[in-house]
Design a protein around this ligand. Structure first.
Ligand code: SF4
Length: 450
């Protein structure tokens, strides 16, 4: 089991389309559920899907928590995915690597646990600065039933407190794209310190670019909300406290397990739309302001300069997007908030809004804002969905990398959903950038076809 910090080669018997598990290849007829809270029927599809697996989350998480290391226990395919998705990281000291399961491990000829311990020992000898080591499960480690929870427990006995070892799954059998962040954060919740008092504290949940976090921190203090902590923190060693009095304001809509675990530890969820666009950001901040009993006048005055700036940034793109048709394939789990932004703030027509799964607890506030009659779908039967997309000929299609190239070749303008997760797009100051991303893909196609 060699450690591969950076590799681009892929050659494994376990190679398979990313994020596609065996049971998902069985196509079943779609079924429509009864009316939702927002009166929108949901088309539920459980066929073959084309989405990334949860390993992808390492790409932004390793940038966020700079004292952590992500050790994927997987095949060369997994190493290749993380490496190629992370791209530029080969120029920096990597904070991720892959313990590659070789043929002997997979055939059960080698003791994979011993091999893993040896890889960890080598890694920590070389990198004693690693404060938190995540063992990240993959399809291959799952297939050979490698118990990473047990491995983490054993390694903790040996290396704690210098290094804490946690484990979570990024396997394509269990997770889609952004669910990797959810399983990662969920693995940290049990080791978060308990809150000592019951006074109100705001906990912003979901990985945000540092620059966005700083903007929100400034807005919270101008409004009069505090104290505020962010989870995940910039240093994994400095986990925020949780307990009675913790109020959760969720920044990313894909953190179902994490939020439930935080609630189990005594925190209270503040349900809200997500901070995408001017409307979403205002609603998100207002949710916290209400919990802190800030009067409306004070709130409006505190956000006014940022709202004016954001509207100016958005204005020049509204005209270019208004009346255009958007089709969103399920991938990142950001589709519903993005669709709300595209429709309500940019005037786009929504042909279909697909999302990998709908967690009512985290999504009802957003669904309620979608225009009446929006075609909402959950899960995927990719061929059928592609047919619907081709028939509608949208102006912009938001989808994963695997679908983008074929659709571009058919003359459709696409936007990679992965880019929408990597780029700092939350908050007022990024509202214009968010709209511009959609304008840019339409513009690129227009230039290509002129
Ligand atoms: S975890 Fe599974 S889906 Fe993801 S890269 Fe590895 S083999 Fe592929």
């Amino acid at each position: 089991m060699p450690l591969e910090p950076c590799t681009t080669s892929a050659n494994s018997a376990l190679e398979k389309p990313l994020g596609q598990s065996p049971d998902q290849s069985v196509s079943q007829p779609p079924t429509a559920t009864p009316k939702t809270g927002a009166d929108l029927p949901v088309l539920k599809e459980r066929g073959q899907r084309e989405v990334f697996c949860g390993l992808t989350g390492i790409v932004w998480l390793h940038r966020k928590m700079q004292d952590a290391f992500f050790l994927v226990v997987g095949s060369r395919t997994c190493a290749h995915l993380v490496q190629s998705a992370a791209g530029v990281m080969i120029f920096a000291e990597p904070r991720f690597g892959t313990a590659v399961l070789g043929e002997r491990d997979l055939a059960g000829l080698a003791d994979a646990n011993e091999e893993l311990e040896r890889v960890v020992e080598e890694l920590l000898m070389r990198r004693p600065d690693i404060n938190t080591l995540f063992l990240v499960g993959s399809c291959p480690s799952e297939v050979i039933k490698l118990d990473l929870a047990k491995a983490a427990e054993k390694l903790n006995h040996r290396y704690f407190p210098e290094t804490r070892v946690l484990n979570y799954s990024g396997s394509g059998i269990e997770t889609t794209f952004t669910q990797g962040e959810d399983t990662c954060l969920a693995s940290m919740v049990p080791v978060m310190p308990a809150k000592e008092t019951e006074t109100a504290e705001l906990l912003v949940v979901g990985s945000l670019a540092d620059v966005v976090e700083d903007q929100f921190q400034r807005l919270f203090s101008q409004i009069g909300i505090g104290p505020v902590a962010f989870f995940p923190p910039r240093r994994a060693a400095q986990l925020p406290q949780v307990g009675k009095g913790t109020k959760l304001l969720v920044a990313q809509p894909f953190l179902s397990e994490t939020v439930r675990l935080l609630i189990n530890r005594g925190a209270e969820l503040l349900p809200s739309p997500y901070p995408f666009g001017v409307e979403g950001t205002t609603a998100w901040l207002r949710t916290a302001a209400k919990a802190w009993r800030i009067d409306e006048e004070t709130f409006e005055a505190a956000i006014a300069p940022a709202v004016t700036r954001a509207n100016m940034g958005l204005d020049r793109y509204r005209e270019l997007l208004s009346g255009r048709k958007a089709f969103l394939f399920p991938d990142s789990q950001l589709e519903i908030p993005l669709a709300r932004f595209l429709s309500r703030e940019c005037g786009m027509d929504l042909i279909e809004v697909g999302t990998p799964y709908i967690d009512r607890m985290l999504m009802d506030e957003e669904i309620a804002l979608l225009p009446e009659g929006t075609a909402l779908s959950e899960g995927q039967d990719v061929e059928k969905q592609l047919d619907r997309c081709r028939e509608a000929r949208p102006d912009i299609t938001v989808c994963g990398l695997g679908l983008a190239n074929p659709l571009e070749a058919e003359g459709l303008s696409t936007k990679w959903s992965i880019e929408l997760v990597f780029s700092p797009l939350h908050g007022y100051d990024q509202a214009g950038d968010l709209a511009e991303l959609f304008v840019r893909s339409g513009e690129r196609r227009r230039r290509l076809t002129v």
